[in-house]
Design a protein around this ligand. Structure first.
Ligand code: FE2
Length: 287
């Protein structure tokens, strides 16, 4: 049976990739962000995940506005990165876990999620940067991923509740997987930011804090936000928080926030890193 050790939420701003490549981690601008990963490295070394389910949003490398699935699940044995035009080096490939992918795909379809199945899938910085932050030097040998892409770009977007329930479905499917796996669930993106329009540069510290507080203890409260109300509070690209909602959905009802780092700004984004540890639930969750 697969065991979900916990979840990590973290940003995926492209300039982080450049900072890593140029070894600028200890410069004053970057240090407050990168030092937030010291605990993550300790926690990963202790918990030893072997598979990572990554909820993220593609930025045009694999999907574009002409064809953009609401939810897409990777079922490849390997995931390649390519040049996205951000000036960051192309990342090393990451191994897939096709058997687990197909188990999740079957469970999601049985749960009436109409997903796109990707037996080939390029992964962009929204996967590779969080992976490089968690495993510096791209030392992720032995780690496999199942990427799950959520549309946060082309409206209409799925609701926070729908993404939370997508995560719940994946959490249940992991619990029924017959093979042993130690699974980490990751949601990437955010937090509040807006890259264009009249509110370009918009950041909402208070709302970010509210979201992180509620994510651990009262995620149901967040599911009551409509996409448009959430964007009003978090900015147009702050809706990448949908990936965090899916991550949270995959975890138990009870989790402990064991680490949080929040730093403003990285590029034009409020950058956050949160580690949620699964705690035993008193009873099996209903569907
Ligand atoms: Fe993004």
């Amino acid at each position: 049976m697969a065991t979900i050790i916990g979840g990590i939420g973290t940003t995926h701003v492209p300039s982080i990739g450049k900072a890593i490549a140029e070894k600028r981690n200890n410069e004053p601008y970057w240090k407050p962000f990168f030092r937030g990963f010291d605990y993550v490295h300790y926690w990963l070394a202790r918990e030893k995940p072997d598979t990572v389910v990554v909820f993220y949003n593609d930025h045009g490398l694999n999907f574009f506005l002409d064809k953009l699935p609401t939810f897409a699940v990777g079922a490849a044995s390997e995931y390649r990165n390519e040049d996205e035009g951000w000036g960051i080096p192309v990342s090393r490939s990451i191994a897939g876990d096709p058997a687990l992918s197909w188990h999740l795909i079957n469970a999601l379809v049985a749960d009436e999620f109409d997903i796109t199945i990707c037996q080939e899938m390029l992964i962009d910085h929204a996967v590779t940067i969080p992976m490089a932050l968690m495993w510096p030097g791209q030392k992720w040998q032995g780690i496999k991923i199942v990427p799950v892409s959520i549309n946060t770009v082309q409206h209409p977007l799925p609701s926070l509740k729908r993404c939370f329930n997508l995560g719940r479905s994946i959490g249940r499917a992991l619990a029924s997987y017959p093979e042993n796996r130690r699974v980490l669930v990751v949601g990437t993106g955010g937090l509040s930011h807006q890259l264009d329009g009249k509110r370009a540069g918009f950041i909402n510290r208070e709302f970010d804090r509210f979201c992180m507080d509620k994510l651990a203890r009262e995620p149901d409260l967040l599911t009551r936000y409509s996409v448009h109300d959430f964007i009003e509070e978090a900015g147009a690209q702050g809706i990448e928080f949908l990936n965090w909602m899916a991550m949270r959905g995959a975890l138990n009802v009870h989790v402990a926030e064991v680490h949080r780092n929040y730093h403003v700004p990285i590029s034009n984004t409020a950058a956050a890193t949160v580690v949620l540890e699964n705690r035993p639930d008193p009873q099996i969750r209903a569907a």
